[in-house]
Design a protein around this ligand. Structure first.
Ligand SMILES: [Zn+2]
Length: 381
């Protein structure tokens, strides 16, 4: 098998930039064989491919909804959370051909931009066919919701039937949608999973609903005809309200976290048996829905891992993880590029349980090779 040697302007190995002049050595399938110094690789030798730009491992998109790809450009921006949710519910069912073609195009665009793995939320089995043909690795999260306690068993059974459609993929799991949409009864039915995920504290209205029982989430349930007269607010934030019902082990990727506070993180740390949290940032979706941003400093200082996601084309203009990187850097210019690239690669692979194979240039891994030029990334191997 042939050997390829790449000498980029800078090499990022998944954790950090390597010393200048480093050469990545792979076999022709992209399996990493070594990282050599310029001298050891024979600088200037004809077999060294010089790449203008930063070479990095394949990108990991920890939060997406491929099945919503047909909603691109069809959900108004800056409406706030509840109008956004209602707009998605009204428009999510479209012709199957349209849905299929939109997913295929989104899958292809993600691949070309250098994404190698996707943590993908599934409410239906619509995405199975596209994922079977995809060149990316999908971790499928079968999402369940249902706030009415008496409906818990039915909702769980529906999720199990969607799960069956994903049986040919590695480790699909059933995951809760969000604190405001899953009853305690439904939470308690969810089996342990190595990796789970949940939308968390995406809007101030979510915390208001739990702290005071007031606000637009009441309008949401009214609009969809669900009587929530049984609900008495626990007078805590939404995350603190559901902590006792979360799985007791594994990874838990908490998505958005724009309203997460120091107290929430403290409350998490007080409970001994909980999953390992990963805070997933989807800043372009936060901007799209309600012009908000997550408290990046607070989340970083929590000592827990950060990862990145694109969310869906219902709340983003593209599924481009490098655009998430540079949007973060624009809003938080003190963040080092190196740290954000780590979130976009190795940290994401760890959160999704794929770091044995992906996320870094370590001997034996086949993480995908991505070239970053300016703010654009593309898959080169
Ligand atoms: Zn989402």
């Amino acid at each position: 098998m042939g050997i390829r040697k790449f000498r980029p302007d800078r090499l990022f190995d998944g954790k950090q930039f390597t010393p200048p002049g480093a050469v990545l050595v792979c076999d022709e399938t992209g399996r990493v064989l070594d990282i050599l110094t310029e001298e050891a690789a024979g600088a200037g030798a004809a077999d060294v491919e010089v790449l203008p730009g930063i070479l990095l491992p394949g990108l990991i998109n920890c939060h997406c909804h491929l099945e919503l790809s047909h909603l691109k450009g069809r959900v108004p921006e800056n409406t706030g959370m509840v109008p956004f949710l209602l707009a998605v519910m009204q428009r999510r069912f479209d012709g199957p051909d349209l849905i299929f073609e939109a997913m295929q195009a989104a899958d292809q665009a993600m691949y070309e931009s250098g994404i190698v793995a996707v943590g993908d939320i599934c409410n239906t089995s619509n995405s199975v066919a596209v994922k079977k043909q995809s060149r990316m690795n999908y971790v499928n999260f079968i999402e369940v919701s249902g706030f009415v306690p008496s409906g818990a068993h039915n909702r769980y059974e529906q999720a199990q039937s969607v799960l069956k459609a994903f049986e040919s993929f590695t480790n699909p799991s059933i995951v809760p949608h969000a604190p405001y949409s899953v009853s305690r009864e439904l939470f308690s039915l969810l089996p342990a999973a190595a990796v789970s995920t949940m939308h968390n504290q995406e809007s101030p209205e979510e915390n208001e609903f739990f702290l005071a029982g007031s606000g637009p989430f009441n309008d949401l349930y009214k609009a969809i005809g669900v009587d929530i007269g049984f609900f008495s607010p626990p007078h805590t934030t939404s995350l603190q309200a559901v902590l006792p019902y979360l799985p007791k082990a594994g990874n838990m990727i908490l998505v958005h976290n724009t309203e997460t506070s120091t107290n929430d993180i403290f409350a998490w740390q007080q409970l001994s048996a909980l999953p390992r949290p990963w805070f997933c940032l989807c800043v372009r979706a936060n901007q799209y829905i309600n012009s908000s941003l997550p408290p990046v400093d607070l989340l970083q200082n929590s000592g827990h891992g950060l990862v990145l996601g694109t969310d869906s084309l219902a709340s983003n203009h593209s599924l481009d993880l490098m655009a998430e990187v540079f949007t973060l850097l624009n809003h938080f210019p003190e963040l080092p590029l190196e740290r954000v690239l780590h979130w976009a690669t190795l940290a994401g692979a760890e959160a999704l349980g794929l770091d044995q194979y992906l996320g870094s240039f370590v001997k034996g891994k086949k993480p995908g090779l991505v070239l970053l030029q300016g703010q654009r990334s593309k898959r080169i191997l």
